[in-house]
Ligand binder design. Sequence first.
Ligand code: T1G
Length: 693
Amino acid sequence: MSEVVTTERVGAVALIALDNPPVNAASHALRNGIQDAIATLDADPEVKVIAIYGKGRTFIAGADIREFGKPPKEPHLPNLCTQIENCATPVISILHGTTLGGGLEVAQATHARIGITGVKVGLPEVLIGIMPGAGGTQRTPRLTGVPAALDMITSGRHVPTEEAHKIGLLDQVVDLEPRAAALSAAQDVLDGKLETRRTGQIAVTPDEAAITEWRTRMAAKHPNLISPLKCVDGVAAATLPIAEGMAEERRLFTDCMDSPQRAGLIHAFFAERAVAKIPEATATSRDIASIGVIGGGTMGSGIATAALMAGLPVALIERDQQAMDKTAATITGNLDGAVKRGKMTAATRDTILADRLTLATDFATLNTADLIIEAVFEEMEIKKEIFARLDTIAKPGAILASNTSFLDIDEIAAGTSRPADVLGLHFFSPAHIMRLLEVVVGAQTDPGVVATGFALAKKLRKVGVRAEVCDGFIGNRILAHYRKVADYLVMDGASPWEVDSALEDFGFAMGPFAVSDLAGLDIGWATRKRLAATKPPEERDVVIADRICENGWFGRKTGKGYYVHDGRDSSPNPVVDQIVEAERKAAGITPRDFTDDEIVNRYMTAMISEAARVIEDGIALRPIDVDAVYLFGYGFPRFRGGPLFYADQIGAATLVERIHTYAEEDAHYWQVPDILHQMARNGTAFADLNKES
Ligand code: T1G
């Protein structure tokens, strides 16, 4: 018997206890242990009922995704489920914590399921690019019916205890510890109070209409993904006898496992967790019981909303009553949106607004705040003046953070008497929705302050990524580089709509020009003016966006930019074609056509190049951190895993070759990062750098 699986006899009841921390993942050892235990106990005539339960925080939370991509070892989970289901002795399971994926499938193969209050169950395989592969598409519909099964399997959502009981996934709900629940339910089986049945023998009521509806829905919602449709196909096969249905599910599951989408989505899953592994992780973080925010604009209001929604009281400073009223309206609107999205009740919203939000004009209001986040205009002198004032007001030990998106945190910190308490907390708009938080570490930032930044990220349910100081930190520095390629493509012959369309087909929610219209063209215009004096003479000059701004067209906010915006509808702005034609002529360029692949290859090669330099310069800890920044802050298609995961799919040698080819057109812009040269020479990949740290 393996130590991760132990058995215990209590009279005619046999207990199988699972102990594979942290989440009882269905590792090879766990599967082996269960197989041996079931075989032994089922053969013992003294055993009248078998109960499986998990120790620790949860019953099985799924297959061990660390085993994915490696040669699968027997017993395979679907076969183990069949062994359990075919047991002559009644087998029941006790579900607690987050019983997910293969864990729920094991439970569905037992003959009855007992939920412990608070348990959440789900089949999240679709979120990592696959589908239930151990009978979930066959047994769920047998227990819940086809529509509920389709909802669960294609959404991957966690189903709360009450709903799980209601739809038939749980036979009982008890408020006991797992072992006690196992003994109690086993006794109910022996007393004839708890019915046991083989799930596989339950007939499924066909529902062609539901199958057709979900196929249509998944094709529309996930045009780039293959696993959602495979999930529907799996459920559709549940009307077959269980053995045939399991074989069909296995075929579909193998299609998903062989897809690069699975690799990308699994990488994204681990990226969200890997970024918390920072050098300062063992430092003592400071308690954050209240937050101050300076500035109630879009960012300040969003940051305040995020903190309020996480249960933190917020004091927000604005310059006068009119500004405070505007801020109050923005925050109320943000919270109304959360109510509409079902993220909170109206009563909670009202409590937050009444009890947890303080708006004021006097900085002294912040003298008790544990953390103060400055979110004012991106002007260094203004920020330095604010930090100097905060330095005299904030209590000893308070952390002073700037939400700046690119300015030098060290320069800001140098203006205070407490540089060790200063860091950057770069939120992404809308700050109460976007999950990324760049935690920018100054040269003198105390490790405990960095650890506090990450604790805050977790509290706000954000993904904290550690960044060193440079212009733009990680995300915006890379964006500033590759965004130029979109302009160069337009100057050389592609239209803005062709560029956007190619990148949306690649998987981005929006192309770069649509994003610019959404963010506001005036922001980029101001940045270009700010940087004009320092722009290298050899850098290509593209003034198309400036010409559009000179018309007063700043994008969605003015109704026109690259596109003409009519409510939610947008169409290419015909005047932009004329501007583009005039600028090409002035530059003496003869336009040429670009295929979608050429557009994507240039755009992604530029993104990867600057991301590589960010790693080279030590701004990000690992390639997986850059992937996380782009997955959680820039709408990078999740199934592609992130820019540097995607780079490994292309290979360093190919990337170097591409850059050399492009450099023939523009040697200044297209330069091969040293790290890429080394990887091409050594045959290594960015994934190797993730392992080193
Ligand atoms: N396999 C291996 N390790 C896992 C794991 C898993 N399934 N789930 C979590 N971990 C690790 C995680 O990397 C972290 O490790 C630690 O556990 C705590 O996780 C046949 C094929 C369960 C809700 O997709 O959703 O079953 O960083 O930080 O926030 O059909 O983890 O500490 O070293 O996330 O409390 C389906 C994925 C698999 C569940 C807990 N199951 N996991 O969240 O902790 S596919 C899943 C989660 C499958 C079958 C198919 C969450 C959680 P470390 P954590 P958490």
